[in-house]
Ligand binder design. Structure first.
Ligand code: NAP
Length: 282
């Protein structure tokens, strides 16, 4: 049996939707905080069970009979997130789960400028020490978040972002979900670390060029990080602004630049590219 946490989130749900095309729905478990949000999954024949990262006892019960577990990283950041992941890993051990797939990030490290990558490093370490078989899907930044990063650049003709010449190997969340479903239904992924992103990477100048369509040019303006942070602080609480500033700094220093053919190999086709994504968006 394969279980997925965060199954009412974007990646978890999309992965289950690919999985039902590959394996029997009654061998799939959607672990959710709120079963009322999983009516569509239950309608497909998927078992819906309660699985809150903050409730280890219920997690142990809900993981009964599960062989492979996908731990979708929690939406929090910092020590609370690592604590939540610790609950899930311990519950998996207690319940007799054999293999955990974890959604990590490129270049996880204690020194990461993108602070969620610190949590990913600590969680990867916990899994390596757990004695469980593990597979790390080090997912690149989703193409899906790009519209938030480029804002109204196509209207103004200017893309303001503090990323210098740094590049990102963006991937569409749906492609990651399909790759994950393919890995979950094939053998040989025990104790493997996969860099999951595009086989190429793009700078913000490349993004501006790709946004320049129908005769309208978009210019990339590399603004100072301090100006970006000051703007964020007008709209967001300081800890959230810090994550986004860290993301930009990480991009600038190529910490999210990990072009790799693995996702393409899992899909058996090229993943959706930056220009295909922006064309579809337009
Ligand atoms: N690579 C990227 O660009 C990128 C971008 C954003 C996030 N991420 C990371 O990747 C993860 C998956 O992405 P996504 O797009 O699927 O995010 P998402 O749509 O926000 O889904 C997150 C899921 O985590 C669940 N969750 C949060 N706290 C939980 C808890 N205490 N117990 C059980 N479940 C909990 C949520 O449950 P509910 O459905 O009940 O809310 C939701 O289903 C995110 O959680 C985040 O760690 C990566």
């Amino acid at each position: 049996m394969i279980a997925i946490t965060g199954a009412t989130g974007h990646l978890g749900k999309a992965t289950l939707e690919f999985l039902v095309t590959k394996t029997s729905p009654d061998s799939l478990v959607a672990l959710v905080r709120d079963p009322a949000k999983a009516v569509d999954l239950a309608a497909k024949g998927i078992q819906v069970r309660v699985g809150n990262y903050d409730d280890p006892a219920v997690l142990v019960t809900s993981l009964a009979g599960v062989d492979k577990l996908v731990l979708i990283s929690s939406s929090l950041t910092g020590p609370e997130r690592v604590q939540q992941h610790t609950h899930v890993i311990n519950a998996a051990k207690e319940a007799g789960v054999r293999h955990v797939f974890y959604t990590s990030a490129p270049k996880p490290s204690l020194e990461a400028r993108f602070t969620p990558a610190i949590d990913h490093f600590l969680t990867e370490e916990l899994l390596k020490e757990s004695g469980l078989a593990y597979t790390f899907f080090r997912n690149s930044i989703y193409l899906d978040v790009l519209p938030m990063m480029v804002g109204n650049a196509t209207q103004t003709g200017q893309l303001h972002y503090p990323a210098g010449e740094g590049k990102v190997s963006f991937a569409l969340r749906n492609d990651i979900a399909e790759g994950l479903a393919n890995a979950l239904t094939t053998e040989g992924h025990e104790n493997k670390i996969y860099e999951i992103g595009a086989p190429v990477s793009w700078s913000f100048a490349d993004i501006a060029a790709a946004l320049s369509q129908n005769g309208k040019t978009v210019e990339y303006i590399d603004i100072p990080t301090s100006a970006f942070e000051a703007e964020l602080l007008k709209h967001l609480p300081a800890p959230v602004a810090k994550v986004y500033t860290g993301l930009a700094e990480a991009i600038k220093h190529n910490e999210l630049n990990e072009p790799d053919p693995t996702l393409e190999n899992f899909l058996g086709r090229p993943p959706v590219s930056l220009s295909e994504f922006l064309k579809a968006l337009a």
